[in-house]
Design a protein around this ligand. Sequence first.
Ligand SMILES: Cc1cc2nc3c(=O)[nH]c(=O)nc-3n(C[C@H](O)[C@H](O)[C@H](O)COP(=O)(O)O)c2cc1C
Length: 373
Amino acid sequence: MPSPAIPSLFTPVRFGAIELRNRIVMASMTRGRSSNAGLVPTPLHVEYYRQRASAGLLMSEAVWVSQRAIGFVNVPGLFTSEQLAGWRAVTDAVHAEGGRIFAQLAHSGAVSHPDFFDGDLPLAPSAINPGLRSFTPGGFKDTVTPRAMSTEEIHATVDDYRIAARNAKLAGFDGVELHCATTYLLPEFLNSALNRRTDAYGGNAANRARIVFQVLEAMIAEWGPGRVGIKLAPTFAMGGFGPTHETPSTYDYLVDGLNGLSLSHLQIVRARENLHGTPVAALQDTVAYYRARFRGTLVANGGFDRNVADAAVRSEAADLVSFATPFIGNPDLVERLRHELPLSPSDSKTYYQGGARGYIDYPLAERDRSAGT
Ligand SMILES: Cc1cc2nc3c(=O)[nH]c(=O)nc-3n(C[C@H](O)[C@H](O)[C@H](O)COP(=O)(O)O)c2cc1C
């Protein structure tokens, strides 16, 4: 007989300094709906996040910490007063529904494009083209060879994160998550193929991780304990951006250091591909690997369905599970999981563009069912 002490996906949980009403997190999703010159969140954003507020916690889409951080079309920022006001309307709407929301802070680094900077080169750890595609106002374009950041630019970037973290507080967020996953600036610093620096920010694990700790410390200085988390995807590979033989030891060093900070959480994106024969084969069972290393609250992400997610929480393999794609077509994902209702598919053509379409027009399960009778 299941003991009431065993948590399920629907059991409330302490999350750093706050309480969440369930263990279902909406993972960050860039949706490209700030189609205005100021990159300001709009009433569409208010409605999109409000519709999904029954999640225990919403992670905002990745938001730019500064003008120089921009690198994907129509993605909102958190560095002007207009942007703050736009986000305030979002956080108010989520709170009015009893929900909680963190801002995910981001800098695109080498996957940006000169088109965002009047022809100036994007900033990166080293002048190495990651060989990816950048979604610019003129469509997808190949990335270029970026400019290596000076030490002063690294310090200024840490400050940008600090100010954006402060802005997140002013805009009414409940906390902040550092985007240190996939292809953006910080995972570039962690990657020994893309970071060839010979100064204090490259050359070994401690140096590659230095900027991440400096950013986290700046964010924690603004928010205090239990309100700052981080998202990592150590096995992520795309184009010329992939794990190296130094990836496991670099992330080991990083995660060991995270134990010394009072973070709200570590969100880990698990590997779904077979890593046999790759430099990160040891990270195949990604969630278990970092569960054993990280002593705080662990959020597991990546291709979870209801049963696998619930089993992960019940077995304490993870404390919470985050879902991204399922939340696009199912604003009431929590209710659907709770009642084991079927999930609706979503249209990938409107993932990153399309205004209201494919954004705020997915029906609730109730409406699906009554429409079918
Ligand atoms: C449309 C879309 C946009 C995304 N944007 C972000 C983002 O802004 N920040 C981020 O950390 N991850 C982003 N991701 C990755 C997701 O947060 C998540 O890690 C990934 O989709 C795996 O979770 P899932 O299998 O539940 O979709 C995005 C994913 C999708 C589908």
